[in-house]
Design a protein. Structure first.
Length: 291
């Protein structure tokens, strides 16, 4: 059960993590942060957060630890590495990985945490930088149902659509469904924008019509306007999307499932990454039609 004096640790203060950590401060919790580059957390430290020099030190001071990092290898290092959280759990009772990672790693962390007397959940999110800033993230949780209910009030700091999906790894599997749906959709959104321009239409006016109809989607409403403006700053990095699609492909192969739309989207994004766009936002797929 989460109490007012609960100390929360947060690992990863990137495009989404910084906003999420700030919401913890705004909710009145004491916050301790760790990130590989202390400069990225400077604004949080100036607003009352404390600093930990390693995940292991964070575990000595925080009741609950939340991680939001880039890749599965980062998650594994944070939890299971030489100076990882589960090396010496200290004060920590709950760990929540909100990174998009592999279902198998989520299960491994859950089992290792259980051995250490810690409760673990995998709770990846969807909504990008906008959802993180506005506290409107969708959160997909895996782990013990009782543990999920215990920490629900913390998840509510970040999002509005918070759903328990099942046992450990279920949150990550659900996120793969999310990424598969987005992958093909992003191709359609970009093609629609290009088509509108080539047909001599006003793309913004076209969006007013189609985003409210059957074609409507989060990507059409939030990323197509950025495409039209030529704003390719990352709300979600292409390099991270490629990572996610790779995980989804591996999981689909394990289930002997063909995913042609996902394969096509991944190949297009890999072309963009090779052209130097790996740190652009996913809406930069529009550039495929200008190469």
């Amino acid at each position: 059960m989460i109490k007012e004096k609960t100390i929360i640790g947060f690992i990863g203060t990137g495009v989404m993590g910084n906003s999420m950590a700030r919401h913890i401060l705004d909710a009145g919790f004491q916050l301790i942060v760790y990130t590989r580059s202390k400069e990225k957390a400077q604004d949080l430290l100036e607003n009352g957060a404390k600093w930990a020099v390693s995940p292991e030190e964070l575990a000595q001071q925080a009741d609950v630890i939340i991680s939001m990092v880039g890749y599965p290898k980062d998650v594994e290092e944070i939890y299971l590495g030489e100076k990882g959280i589960l090396k010496d759990t200290g004060r920590t009772k709950y760990v929540i990985d909100m990174t998009t990672s592999t279902p198998s790693l989520a299960v491994k962390i859950y089992e290792k945490a259980l051995d250490a007397g810690v409760k673990a959940l995998d709770a990846p999110v969807s909504g990008g930088d906008i959802g993180a800033r506005e506290r409107k993230l969708t959160i997909m949780a895996g782990g013990s149902k009782d543990d999920f209910e215990d920490i629900r009030s913390i998840l509510e700091i970040f999002g509005t659509n918070i759903i328990y999906q099942g046992e450990a790894g279920a949150g990550q599997h659900t996120k793969m469904c999310n990424q598969i749906a987005i992958a093909s959709n992003m191709i359609g959104v970009a093609e629609a924008v290009v088509y509108a321009k080539k047909a001599g239409l006003d793309p913004e006016r076209v969006l007013q019509s189609i985003s409210a109809g059957a074609a409507g989607s989060w990507s059409l409403s939030n990323l197509a306007p950025r495409m039209i403006k030529g704003d390719f700053a990352p709300g979600f990095y292409i390099k991270h999307f490629i990572k996610d699609m790779g995980i989804a492909l591996e999981e689909a192969e394990k289930m002997q499932m063909d995913v042609p739309g996902l394969k096509l989207a991944k190949s297009l994004y890999e072309e963009l990454a090779e052209a130097g766009e790996e740190s652009s936002g996913t809406q930069a797929i529009l550039k495929h039609w200008s190469y």
